[in-house]
Design a binder for this molecule. Structure first.
Ligand code: GMT
Length: 378
């Protein structure tokens, strides 16, 4: 199949999933066309069946807001015609599903039928999309998609609760390349980051308010009072400065390593003992899955799709949003006993096996095939 993929090219989970999906589909023989405004961050390999088409939005002083959707839909029309793309998979509803529908209508005028698969990732539904300013357009573009998927059952439930959806929704969970996170025979070079007696706690996110990064600091502060520990803090975002200031106030700056954005998540997770994800809302929690695939137990909130990924008492523990005490208690329970820590590490990896990309990617392929077949009949 010739598949067009539209996504955000940044470090966010939706862009990562879209990129990894495209790369795996290309290995399975499909021709993949990424169409976005920058080369996706995890798109390191451009092979002969992976293409990247950049959407340019020329600055024009008259525009207070530059019209990205317009540029994207025009680019989609051009690329579909030029490369004979058969199906378009858009990740994140805003504005991708909307721009895709416009492209589809333009192509229809020329007798070309372009089926659209929309994957909803989370904040496009729970935080941004349901805002009254966007809701009519988001509802419309979900209903006009030929197939719709969500990354968890919880996100499907939220979508049906928040929007008037007429389409069926398929749940296709986030997935992971287990090989990339298999550290069984790797020297993780742990000694570079911490002393032998120090536990390594890790947090990865885009440091937006929804991630509740101050809770990460509070839990870590409590842990390091009880045992030697270091915090690996990965990501960039609007909360970073506040976090740095708080660490200074608490006198723990020397115990926190700020990595910024990193393309070496697997290497950092390799030497981690525990992962913290206390988010306010999380449709799936790809970062938690990456940790688990590396054999790192997870202390998370119990919000959204997290209970579908992090299994309470097995791969880690779940607590109510903002319950620092419970998160601390659970973290100390796991970390304070080496045998227990090892059991949780093994369980985390075992739970991650359920999300093996070899099991999940064919689910998308099946959706493409069904959608194409349905559209041929129409
Ligand atoms: O977490 C973010 O803020 C990034 C966001 C995105 O759209 O890139 O992530 C969302 O999509 C990921 C991939 O499907 C999910 O694993 C994340 O849970 C989800 N984030 C939220 O729901 C907050």
């Amino acid at each position: 199949m010739k598949i067009g993929i539209v996504c955000y090219p940044t470090f966010g989970g939706s862009g990562v999933v879209a990129t990894e999906l495209g790369l795996e589909l290309s290995k399975r023989g499909h021709e993949i066309h990424f169409i976005t405004y920058n080369q996706p961050v995890r798109l390191e390999l451009i092979s002969n069946n992976v293409h990247y088409h950049e959407v340019n939005v020329p600055e024009y002083p008259l525009f207070h807001y530059q019209p990205y959707e317009l540029a994207l839909s025009s680019k989609l029309v051009d690329m579909v015609k030029l490369h004979e793309i058969e199906i378009l998979h858009v990740h994140y509803a805003i504005p991708h599903a909307y721009a895709a529908y416009m492209a589809k209508k333009m192509l229809q005028e020329e007798g070309i039928y372009l089926p659209i698969v929309t994957t909803l990732h989370g904040t496009d539904i729970t935080l941004v999309g349901s805002h009254p300013f966007y809701k009519p357009a988001v509802t419309f573009s979900i209903n006009k998609s030929d197939a719709v998927t969500t990354v968890s059952q919880s996100l499907k439930d939220d979508t049906l609760r928040l929007f008037d959806i007429k389409n069926d929704i398929n749940v296709v969970p986030n997935f992971i390349d287990l090989e990339k996170y298999n550290h069984e025979f790797t020297d993780c070079q742990r000694a570079m980051m911490a002393n032998d007696d120090e536990k390594i706690i890790t947090h990865i996110s885009n440091l937006r308010p929804v991630k509740r990064v101050q809770d990460v600091i509070s839990v870590f502060y409590n842990i390091q009072k009880e045992m030697p520990a270091k915090l690996m803090f990965i990501g960039e975002g609007p909360e970073k400065e506040k976090v740095e200031l708080r660490c200074q106030e608490l006198g723990i700056l020397d115990k926190v390593v700020f990595f910024g954005r990193s393309n070496e998540i697997d290497k950092i997770l390799c030497f981690s003992d525990l992962f913290l994800l206390p988010s306010q809302t999380e449709s799936f929690g790809l970062a938690a899955l990456e940790a688990m695939a590396s054999g790192v137990p997870v202390i998370s909130s119990n919000t959204g799709g997290l209970p579908e990924v992090n299994i309470h008492g097995e791969s880690g523990f779940l607590s109510n949003v903002g319950d620092i005490e419970d998160m601390t208690k659970n973290a100390l329970y796991i970390l304070s006993d080496e045998t227990r820590l090892k059991t949780f590490k093994n369980n985390a990896r075992k739970e991650a096996l359920k999300f093996d990309l070899h099991a999940i990617v064919p689910q998308y392929e099946a959706i493409y095939e069904d959608t194409l077949a349905k559209c041929l009949v129409l």
